[in-house]
Design a protein around this ligand. Structure first.
Ligand code: KG4
Ligand code: ZN
Length: 371
């Protein structure tokens, strides 16, 4: 392990992390300098017939998959459990059943191996991914503007330091990915809907169907997609919803996708004005896979003379590498603040865990402040 100011030699690494907050079961091992030793992600398929994530199915699937996933990840890394320095797990926000499964697995390992257990805030993990070496040029220095767009989240966050996050705005109804999924369902496409809508939209005209852009031009950077979704529903005669002529469906898909992209760019303009000059624009979350949105974001960043960082897709969507990295960043920042390595063995997973609470971790023990 290199011994320098950047990499304190006495942090317990490598970190094995578990992610189980939604419908991806993942495990990864990451070193102190951000090298991904091994990673495994399993996207659950049991939700497909239901057209959305079913929490009970998700929790049971995490429970069934995790023991093998952990063993496979160790085998890929060619490591023995005792060679791990610490264990981390997403402890919120997310679906509580899955969070309990992942956190208990991690805690059990930490107790058995006598290693620290680090509870990670899932959104914080998304927020810090851009700092993983090799993801963004110059490692996305603080402060940067994060757009998180996934099936469960849609928010703009000023990432000012480890533990220091300012939520600038977020959705007041549906998340962007949720809107894609619902429109896909209306058009008779499969789940998850985002990729299917994008594929169909390639055959359509984004100006063909007039759709609203809720909240566009309004102060602040909150988002709203529910009116847009309703407007799409109103364009579909109920009797023929799943049997629209392909061109009409493609035009609706393209027009909807364009509306989402226009809304996001407008809201980002406001978010930018709510920050001291950010160093970088970072995007994360499954919707960041969308080519039209990515192109608009790249163009927006160029117009504002901002570097644009989009982690590779496997690190944009839910994964355990980001959880391990957030644990490493947390340990390093706490060490720099003169605080001990956290041991969150008694921390209960939380379905809601506001990012603003993470600042307390940089001055005290999280356990003292968590209900
Ligand atoms: O981050 P993610 O994998 O999981 C969480 O929600 O946490 O995001 C999944 C969401 C789904 O709603 C999916 O439809 C959407 O991301 N998505 C897309 C695309 N690929 C995935 N949305 C638009 N265009 C895509 N190409
Ligand atoms: Zn996520």
């Amino acid at each position: 392990m290199p011994d320098s100011d950047q990499t304190p030699p006495d942090l317990p690494t490598p970190v094995m992390a578990i992610e189980s907050s939604c419908d991806d079961t993942a495990c990864a091992i990451v070193t102190i300098d951000g090298r991904i030793v091994a990673e495994t992600t399993l996207t659950q398929s049991g939700h497909v017939p239901f057209g959305g994530v079913v929490p009970e199915i998700a929790a049971r699937a995490h429970l069934a998959a995790l023991p093998t996933l952990v063993r496979d990840t160790l085998a890929k890394a060619d490591m023995q459990p005792h060679e791990l320095g610490a264990i981390a797990a997403s402890c919120g926000p997310g679906l509580i059943g899955g969070l309990i499964v992942g956190a208990d697995m991690g805690k059990g390992m930490a107790i058995a191996l006598d290693k620290p257990f680090i509870a990670v805030n899932h959104i914080e993990a998304h927020a810090l991914t851009a700092r993983l070496p090799g993801v963004a040029e110059n490692g996305a220095p603080f402060p940067y503007l994060l757009l998180l767009v996934s099936g469960g989240h849609c928010q703009c966050i000023a990432v000012e330091g480890v533990g220091h996050y300012r939520r600038l705005g977020g959705t007041i109804d549906d998340a962007a990915g949720e809107a894609f999924d619902k429109v896909a369902k209306m058009l008779g496409l499969g789940w998850p809907g985002g990729p299917a809508v994008e594929a169909l939209a390639r055959e359509g005209d984004p100006r063909a169907v007039s759709l609203p852009r809720p909240l566009m031009g309004r102060p602040g950077c909150d988002f709203s997609f529910s009116g847009l979704k309703t407007a799409v529903a109103q364009k579909l005669p109920v009797a023929v919803r799943t049997a629209l002529p392909r061109q009409e469906a493609a035009d609706i898909a393209a027009s909807f996708q364009q509306a989402v992209s226009d809304i996001v760019i407008d809201r980002l303009g406001h978010a930018l004005a709510m920050m001291e000059r950010p160093t970088t624009l970072v995007v994360a979350g499954g919707v960041a896979a969308n080519g039209v949105l990515r192109a608009s974001l790249r163009d927006f960043a160029a117009r504002h003379d901002l570097p644009f960082a989009a982690p590779p897709l496997r690190l944009c969507t839910d994964n355990a590498v980001m959880v391990a990295w957030a644990a490493i960043e947390t340990m390093r920042a706490r060490r720099e603040a003169g605080l001990p390595i956290p041991n969150d063995i008694a921390l209960r997973p939380r379905p809601r865990w506001p990012l603003a609470e993470m600042a307390q971790r940089m001055t005290a023990d999280l356990l003292e402040t968590t209900p």
